[in-house]
Write a protein that binds this ligand. Structure first.
Ligand code: CA
Length: 231
């Protein structure tokens, strides 16, 4: 089924341009010229991925992101920004962005990122069988894409879920940040691997007993991260 994209961008020319490129790739696009309108659309339509400009009249892209993240934890979110100082804010824990792009960007690159995120939002074909991944107090039901700790569900974003699944599938293996980028984001990320760190930090804050002293997701100094195993 075609994926639905919510595109919130106040500049007409950029919005049309992105829309054309997404539609050419068989995405269904809902356009909004401001955040309030975007949130209305998200309440009415089943949106898979939101592409949000940061600088908007009225409520800004950060607020739209936060509201969407709280209401629709499974939605994929990509933020667009023209300012480098916004990136630190985008990387803030509270927003839970799956990806971001800096303006000006190549529309082909945005389409690639949307495609990659669409795979994280959607179950991949091998996920259509009943499969349970387990480690210590944790379980992932791959079929329903649910993550549990001590049998209680912990709601993860599409990107956090993909990272957790990768870890539970290959427990004890050290992954470099670049490997995680390539496997989870699915392309050679042009930018820095901070997006991996921020997603790991969010995941730790949700699953660790003490996120300040992470036990399950170990930091492998100079490399990346590893899921603790007793084996
Ligand atoms: Ca703008």
């Amino acid at each position: 089924m075609e994926k639905s994209i919510l595109l919130v961008e106040d500049e007409d020319s950029i919005r049309k341009f992105i829309r054309i490129n997404l539609e050419r790739n068989n995405y269904r696009v809902f356009e909004a010229e401001n955040g309030e309108l975007g949130l209305d659309i998200a309440d009415k339509e089943k949106i898979d991925i939101a592409v949000l400009d940061v600088m908007l009249p009225g409520i800004d892209g950060f607020q739209v992101c936060k509201t969407l993240r709280d209401k629709y934890p499974n939605m994929g979110i990509i933020m667009l920004t023209a300012k480098s100082q916004d990136i630190d804010k985008i990387m803030g824990l509270e927003y839970g962005t799956d990806d971001y792009m800096t303006k000006p960007f190549n529309p082909t690159e945005l389409v690639l990122r949307v495609k990659s995120l669409a795979r994280r939002v959607d179950s991949s074909p091998e996920d259509s069988t009943n499969k349970l991944l387990a480690s210590g107090p944790f379980e992932i039901d791959v079929y329903s894409r649910k993550f549990y700790k001590n049998r209680s569900e912990i709601v993860l974003t599409p990107t956090e879920y993909s990272i957790a699944k990768l870890f539970l599938e290959q427990q004890g293996r050290a992954f470099s940040r670049d490997e995680i980028l390539n496997i989870v984001w699915g392309y050679d990320f042009v930018g820095d691997s901070k997006i991996v760190d921020v997603n790991i930090r969010r995941l730790r804050s949700k699953i660790e007993n003490d996120p300040g002293e992470p036990y399950f997701i170990e930091t492998v100094w100079g490399i990346g991260y590893r899921w603790k195993t007793d084996k």
